[in-house]
Unconditional design. Structure first.
Lengths: 279, 378
């Protein structure tokens, strides 16, 4: 039999392995972003080197600045987040509550749109967007991100609505609030956690999106992921600016994750306690 | 004539897929009445309440509240308030905000809201806890907030869906009294769903007994207790429930299965026995014989039986006796211990006998008082 200590050691080892697997690429990126070009390619890799902020100066100011692309990414991701959450709330509510003909078929269809391999959609989207003049525009990229973030948001939100006691809504209806005001005053405040977690997931997914961005963006409106890709050239890869850009691009996501951590934890556990506030 | 606060259900039918929740419900509730829907789980009583509330669309029939046909009206337009079994308070709002909610939804001026919220809260002794949230209240306090939220808008009809079932026993007794008092003070019509007959007895002016989606009998609680129209009502009401044993009505009187003291003479057995009994013989029919445990007396020189088990409970005891193949219950004030297997004699007050048709379960309408005992050997 393995004792308590044994199990603790095993758990510790597992945690370290998992952490290193996750953290190594991030740490490597962070370290590389602080190196001069000559140190990046040094072999064997240098553990101790002279750090520099040059790469960051480059991506935040110089000729290769990524600031515009950060703005683009922010606008597109926020747009996709706000629109998909706003549309997903009533959709998820209906899926969770209303008796509807073809509800299962619709629900399945919603999921189905999420299952299509995205690469298969890139060319059709490109053709359509060219015709409509949507390539390289904020609205175009927001729209294309919506096409996969909306079903995702609906599927995330449905369980939160399902877990609310039905009587709560019925009380709202009897209190003369009607459907919409019941949704607004009674239901939404109670699924705040779920909405927050959905918004964060949608934002992060949109922020990290690359495939559609690289095909459908232009030189003016270009997500940060695509901009970084331009550091990888045919003749050489600018590892310094690339890694600095990657770290910069990570910061909003990390900040968002930390800031909303409490909400995320609450949102994840909210569904497990039915009517937990009452006993 | 306006009948503010009256409720009429006319031919209500409600099905869920193949399951029929309400068959064909006709019911009239008077203004200001405290009316209880009583019945076992799944009998359709809660569904009927929800039909009145407008929370369940009906498949057929009409719902009238006051003079208005509200069959198609949304819940908010019916001038009703409801207290849910789990109270359904809004957990993100304070007590004051919860009570104020129905007023806010109809754009009541802020000062008026404040005054009426305070008034309603004080009515249920919650005036000092207005700033708490539901999660910080006990079950009884939450229940009172739900009541305050219902009374604050001064509805004409008050619907209560087992409002006491989540409270502990002592609190339930206290709240029961407070609830009845509140209803009397406000003069509103109250429809109250419960599976607890004791609650129905103490609270209700009248009650309807629901069984399998049908109302089997309507009337004042005591009336239903004294004169059940249906064997299911007889079996449902009363603690302990009525003894029901098979018997046969012959020209010479009533034979109760296992009762060895001879037939009980029923003077007008003729017309009764001429009914559509299962017995082929003319003037004879099978019946179900019912009598309350309080009417089955122990002692004397009546029918022979033996003690099956005696349950002594303080003020009285329930003596289960084996009589033939049936175990009967007798309720007696005699709390002296009884040995299992001891012989006892049973005496039955014949005026207390109820007869039911064994097939339809309906009451066989012999005036109970005219049945006289001759067969009790003495």
């Amino acid at each position: 039999m393995i004792g308590r200590t044994g199990r603790l050691v095993a758990a510790g080892v597992a945690i370290v392995v998992v952490f290193l697997t996750w953290a190594f690429p991030v740490l490597w990126t962070a370290v590389t972003s602080l190196k001069f070009a000559k140190d990046i390619f040094a072999y064997p890799p240098k553990l101790f080197f002279e750090p520099t902020g040059l790469n960051y100066d480059g991506v935040l100011g110089g000729r290769q600045t990524l600031v515009n692309d950060l703005v683009s990414s922010t606008v597109i991701s926020l747009g996709a987040t706000v629109l998909s959450v706003a549309a997903a709330i009533p959709m998820a509510y209906v899926f969770a509550r209303c008796h509807l003909r073809f509800k299962n078929a619709l629900a399945l269809y919603t999921l189905f749109t999420y299952m299509i391999p995205r690469i298969g959609l890139v060319i059709p989207f490109f053709v359509v967007f060219r015709k409509l003049g949507l390539t390289g525009t904020y609205s175009g990229l927001t729209l294309v991100y919506l096409s996969f973030s909306l079903p995702f948001a609906v599927w995330l939100l449905v369980p939160y609505f399902e877990d609310l006691p039905r009587e709560m809504e019925e009380a709202g209806l009897l209190d003369r609030a009607g459907r919409w005001r019941t949704l607004w005053y009674v239901i939404l405040p109670q699924v705040r956690g779920g909405i927050a977690i959905t918004a964060i997931f949608v934002f992060i997914t949109a922020w990290n999106e690359f495939l559609f961005g690289v095909v459908l963006s232009g030189s003016e409106v270009r997500p940060i992921t695509v901009a970084m890709y331009n550091f990888i050239g045919v003749e050489q890869t600018l590892w310094g600016p690339l890694t600095a850009g990657a770290i910069v691009a990570m910061i909003p996501v990390i900040v968002l994750g930390l800031g909303a951590q409490r909400g995320i934890v609450r949102g994840l556990t909210a569904g497990s306690i039915k009517g937990g506030s009452r006993t | 004539m306006t009948r503010r606060g009256s409720i009429s259900l006319v031919g209500i039918k409600k099905t869920y897929g193949r399951f029929t929740a309400i068959r064909d419900l006709h019911l009239d509730i008077e203004p200001g009445e405290f009316f209880a829907f009583v019945g076992p789980s799944g009998s359709g009583k809660t569904t009927s309440l929800r039909v009145i509330a407008g929370l369940e669309p009906v498949d057929a029939g009409r719902v009238l509240i006051g003079d208005a046909d509200v069959t198609a009206a949304p819940p908010g337009d019916r001038d009703i308030a409801m207290v849910f079994q789990n109270y359904a308070l809004y957990p993100h709002m304070t007590v004051a905000q919860n009570i104020a909610f129905p007023l806010r939804m109809v754009k009541t001026p802020a000062e008026e809201i404040a005054a009426r919220v305070r008034q309603a809260a004080e009515r249920v002794q919650m005036g000092h806890l207005l700033d708490r949230r539901p999660g910080q209240l006990s079950g009884g306090q939450q229940q009172r907030v739900a009541l305050a939220r219902a009374i604050v808008r001064e509805p004409t009809v008050f619907l209560l869906d087992e409002p006491l079932s989540n409270l502990d026993a002592q609190l339930r007794l206290d709240t029961r009294v407070a609830l009845k008092k509140l209803q009397l003070d406000l003069g509103v019509t109250a429809v109250y769903v419960t599976h607890d007959q004791e609650e129905a007895f103490t609270l209700a002016d009248r009650m309807a007994i629901f069984m399998n989606g049908e109302v089997v009998q309507v009337g004042a609680p005591q009336e239903l207790f004294e004169r059940p129209d249906d064997v299911r009502v007889a079996a449902f009401l009363g603690r302990p429930p009525m003894n029901l044993v098979p018997g046969r009505l012959d020209p010479d009187g009533l034979h109760i299965d296992g009762w060895d003291a001879g037939p009980l003479a029923v003077p007008d057995a003729g017309p009764l026995a001429a009914g559509t009994g299962s017995s082929a013989a003319a003037g004879s029919r099978e019946v179900t014989v019912g009598f309350r445990p309080r009417d089955l007396k122990l002692g004397g020189t009546g029918a022979r039986a033996e003690v099956y088990l005696a349950e002594v409970m303080g003020e009285h005891s329930i003596v289960n006796v084996q009589c033939g193949s049936h175990v009967l219950k007798a309720l007696t004030a005699d709390t002296s211990p009884r040995r299992v297997g001891a012989e006892v004699r049973l005496h039955l007050d014949p005026a207390a006998i109820h007869l039911f048709d064994p097939e339809t379960g309906r009451r066989l309408d012999a005036p109970a008082a005219s049945i006289e005992a001759v067969g009790v050997s003495s």
